[in-house]
Design a protein around this ligand. Structure first.
Ligand code: COA
Length: 163
């Protein structure tokens, strides 16, 4: 049976930190679906379509084959169940992520205990990366080319051409 995992997140935008987790998870799973899920506390810098475009171009750029991208307005765990995923993946960058992830994991377990959560530790050199940090750096003229795929830089230049 095909081993499918779902990696949910806002991906607003995707970063090399997310891609590192994805590439490592593909050593274990036959297919990983990056799921753009909605977080009611976040307004969204990029539209879902823009996020998808950046992700798909990053797959091409890095030669990532067994990954897909999708979007849900509902619960991530319901989506995972629907596509037959055995696992949901998340990254942990620091101890500060743990409490949030612990609660999210408990909520997901309450909704559907059959879908397991698996956590990957970020590599230390990527542990400071966040989507909002990328945005702040870009807007302040910092070179972000080592932190995000080329597709993200292209999208920033198109959407915010002043920098
Ligand atoms: N590398 C780089 N950055 C990382 C990272 C990594 N490995 N792991 C997390 N991050 C960053 C993200 O860039 C993001 O940064 P930001 O806050 O500056 O935007 C932050 O960590 C956390 O974002 P993300 O991983 O995208 O999680 P989220 O909290 O925005 O969203 C969902 C979490 C989308 C998975 C969750 O809200 C969800 O599943 N929503 C659907 C509804 C649902 O099922 N809710 C749960 C049950 S009630």
């Amino acid at each position: 049976m095909k081993k499918i995992a779902v990696y949910p997140g806002s991906f607003d935008p995707i970063t090399n930190g997310h891609l590192d987790i994805l590439v490592r998870s593909l050593k274990t799973y036959d297919e990983v679906i990056l799921l753009i899920a909605s977080n009611p506390n976040k307004s969204g810098k990029f539209t879902v379509e823009e996020r998808k475009t950046m992700i798909l171009e990053a797959f091409d750029e890095l030669g990532i084959k067994n990954a897909k991208v999708d979007f849900t307005e509902g619960l991530s765990v319901n989506y995972a169940k629907k596509v037959g995923a055995i696992t949901m993946i998340r990254g942990l960058r620091a101890v500060t992520d743990f409490e949030y992830e612990f609660q999210l994991s408990a909520a997901n377990e309450f909704i559907d205990p059959e879908v397991d959560m698996v956590f990957y530790m970020s590599h230390s050199e990527k542990s400071f990366i966040s989507s909002s940090g990328i945005d702040e750096m870009y807007r302040n003229g910092i070179d972000i080319s080592n932190l995000v795929p080329t597709s993200v830089i292209k999208m920033y230049q198109k959407k915010y051409p002043t920098k």
